[in-house]
Design a protein around this ligand. Structure first.
Ligand code: ZN
Length: 661
């Protein structure tokens, strides 16, 4: 099921890759930096492909409100209110309350709701309730909120809906999570509901709960489907309209069939049809234009069932795809040589298709913060029988690289010039290779033993799945095979990524966590789990040291070969846990290594990082696509521009793509 399988993986940014006149930076507020990305070679596509992309981007942007509502049931009402107050304000723009309101607006637009997109904590407004009340009083009658008594505590009271997704062991994760995926049901009731329906002998199970909201009606637990005529009908109807237009410009019959199946799924809410769609989608490897549109990743559901709505439209970058094609063509070699117990390896690794893509639009759960790699579909049985598509969004990673050039990070945190130089030279390529290995091979490797429930690792499933894929990538980055395949030209290159990984996992990713808080997000837990585990297990051999210099802590790696060996050992153990469904061992690994933070190191990282003034989180504005019309108003082509700023863009989206009320 979705949470256990795969994922879009988190962004990272490092090193430089040339220079360009393009202005990559757009806005900076709170802990966020907004960047801009280019869509190279859009002009080399055919007009038909550009029109296809246009309608797919319309279908993408049209789903925006769905995610807002999934993220919290008052989000759309609060967005309306804050946008109205912001637009209506005609007082002093230097006023501190007004400035704080503007920051809050930017924050909620970035998070698609009132909770931080990464930490899941509710934003704390820095403007006063009195200020907001005054501004509400000044709104025209038709813009005044209906339910202000309900909304105000949701905005201001820290005790009301404090966390979008709560993952704390031992609590009712549904009752304590503020998102809108469940209503009036307890965790135990939801688990009982699905346990009664799941058939563990079904070889082709649907992705239970992926497109539903679970509620209690007359004392009975029920699912309500997201579909035309169901939950989010108005938004989904418009997505379908745009998909129907896109279909007329499909590149081939196979792609037309993919779009048809997606439409049918949206019209029926039938998850069996979603599986048919996923199979058709994964088997369409000939089309250059491609897209994701639907309820996909389930990180925002504490039980890992319901998918957050998202869309990414893209097209293949043919030249850059060579790298991932080489890796994919060797999939079986990597599987056969992994340090995992042969019982848990796949006898036949099937159809791992891999490509480097150019993102054309980011939407829903992928906007403004976006993954840099994607591996879908999530259903394990489809992956086993039909393979998966794995992609790297290279125009996005390139924008990260360009924007982070010379930000002082390496000078502050990397132990010596030798390591820093190695990172300058090899981190861009080894980072990309890490993503490729993680996405193309890592998630697709290994198998469950017969009868093992794919959801057996429950709330820890996502973390352990990410760990499995990362460990696979880390282990193979140091393999001479990569040099033999012509992907690296220096046997020491992998050390750049190893150093960065351990530095990040043990120290620098803590910059994203508030003092006193635990690590919660699955990818972050995974990185700390791996780093802390190899640190501890390597102590006897002094593999990794934390050394102090002038009161500052640095990571020193003394034995890279042993470090690789430790990655291999942990990979074997995590694969065993997954293959056997060993919940207790998985939980112990996560609870022991992945969650708790050393408060002293944490404080030091925050202090050192604050001095650099680098935003811990980044996201993107989209380009703007404009149809070219003939004299009869028919679309003949599409142009792209990169001039729209952040706040104007999100406010325009709220106006033009408003589908839910
Ligand atoms: Zn992943």
């Amino acid at each position: 099921m979705a949470a256990l399988a795969i994922t879009s993986c988190a962004p990272k940014a490092t090193t430089d890759a040339g220079s360009d006149d393009f202005d990559y930076t757009v806005d900076r507020f709170a802990d966020i930096e907004v960047l801009r990305y280019q869509v190279p070679d859009f002009e080399k596509l055919t007009p038909q492909q550009r029109i296809l992309i246009y309608y797919l981007t319309e279908a993408a942007l049209t789903g925006r409100d769905i995610l807002w509502d999934q993220n919290g049931k008052y989000n759309l009402a609060i967005r309306d209110l804050i946008e109205n107050v912001y637009s209506n304000y005609n007082g002093d723009k230097e006023n501190a309350d007004y400035k704080a309101l503007e920051t809050y607006l930017k924050q909620i637009e970035f998070a698609n709701g009132i909770h931080h997109h990464y930490s899941m904590d509710k934003f704390k407004p820095a403007f006063s309730q009195e200020f907001l009340m005054e501004q509400i009083a000044a709104l025209p009658e038709d813009k005044k909120p209906q339910n202000v008594d309900v909304i105000l505590p949701v905005i201001f009271d820290p005790a009301v809906m404090p966390k979008k997704v709560n993952q704390a062991e031992g609590q009712d994760l549904i009752l304590t999570s503020a998102n809108n995926l469940y209503e009036g049901v307890t965790q135990a009731e939801v688990e009982a509901y699905y346990n009664a329906r799941k058939d563990t002998t079904d070889a082709t199970p649907i992705s239970w709960g992926l497109n539903t909201r679970v509620v209690k009606e007359n004392g009975e637990v029920k699912e309500q489907a997201y579909k035309v005529g169901g939950v989010y009908s108005d938004a989904i109807t418009k997505i379908v309209e745009n998909l129907n237009k896109a279909k007329q410009y499909a590149e081939n019959d196979k792609q037309k069939d993919v779009i048809d199946k997606l439409i049918k799924y949206y019209e029926t809410g039938d998850l069996k049809i979603f599986d048919d769609y996923s199979i058709a989608w994964v088997e369409d490897t000939a089309s250059q234009v491609d897209f994701i549109n639907g309820f996909i990743e389930s990180y925002d559901d504490p039980l890992g069932m319901t998918g957050a709505w998202e869309s990414i439209v893209n097209f293949k970058n043919n030249e850059a795809s060579h790298r991932t094609e080489v890796i994919s063509s060797e999939a079986q070699w990597f599987e056969d040589h992994s340090p995992v117990d042969p019982r848990f390896r796949k006898d036949k690794v099937k159809g791992v298709s891999a490509k480097v893509i150019t993102a054309a639009i980011l939407a829903g759960d992928s906007y403004p913060a976006t993954p840099i790699g994607i591996n879908l579909p999530n259903a394990n049985w489809i992956r086993a029988a039909h393979g998966s598509k794995s992609v790297t969004l290279e125009n996005i990673t390139q924008a990260y690289d360009m924007a982070s050039h010379g930000n002082g990070f390496n000078e502050e945190f990397v132990i010596d010039k030798e390591t820093s130089d190695l990172m300058d030279k090899y981190l861009f390529i080894t980072d990309n290779l890490h993503t490729d290995l993680h996405e193309c091979l890592g998630h697709g490797s290994g198998k469950l033993l017969p009868g093992v429930d794919p959801d057996a690792l429950k709330a820890h499933g996502s973390t352990l799945e990410e760990a499995r894929a990362d460990l696979f990538a880390l282990y193979y980055l140091a393999d001479p095979k990569l040099i033999e395949l012509g992907l690296l030209d220096n046997p020491d290159a992998y050390k750049a990524e190893y150093y960065k990984y351990i530095l990040n996992g043990l120290m620098t990713q803590l910059m994203r966590i508030e003092p006193g808080k635990d690590v919660e997000e699955a990818h972050m837990r995974n990185r700390q789990l791996i780093s802390a585990w190899v640190f501890e297990k390597g102590k006897a051999d002094n593999v990794i040291e934390m050394v102090k210099r002038d009161g500052k802590t640095y990571i020193q790696i003394n034995d890279y070969a042993k470090l690789r060996d430790l990655f291999g050992q942990l990979l074997a153990e995590v694969q065993r846990i997954k293959s056997e469904g060993d919940y207790a061992a998985g939980r112990d690994l996560v609870e022991t290594y992945a969650v708790k933070v050393d408060p002293e190191i944490h404080k030091e990282v925050l202090d050192r990082y604050a001095k650099l003034d680098i935003a811990p989180y980044k996201g993107f504005v989209n380009p703007v696509y404009t149809p070219v019309l003939d004299k009869d108003g028919n679309i003949t082509d599409v142009t792209v521009s990169y001039t729209e700023e952040y706040l104007p863009q999100v406010l325009r989206y709220s106006r033009e793509y408003r589908t839910l009320h």
